[in-house]
Design a protein around this ligand. Sequence first.
Ligand SMILES: [Zn+2]
Length: 123
Amino acid sequence: MPGIRSTHFVCPPCRTALKRPVGQPGPPPPCAHCGHPMTDAGPQLAVPPRRDADGWAALAAVLEAGLRFPAIGCEADGPGYRPRTMREVEERRTAAHRTGRPVAEMLATRDPWDEDGPAHAPA
Ligand SMILES: [Zn+2]
């Protein structure tokens, strides 16, 4: 059973991931494939399968926006919504563009076109 005591370091271009204990001092581990420092994506990341290029592209977009997958409160709470496909990413980028909201905020929104959401606010 996965706990929250380890975090996922990832290298999206290589689609590699490894687990490390949370809060380890020192620099991030290098990617075994390309040697670049890996990104600490957080304990709650569901690492996409290696063959899932779309899932990895979506993850890269999420990480580029500065979003992570932290353990918040009890484990069941999770980090909140994160897109898992590039279609979901593009949908949210479009919503961010139309509304002027930060991309990171939209990427963390489950339904960017929710009628109560900012996407439908009067211009
Ligand atoms: Zn790499």
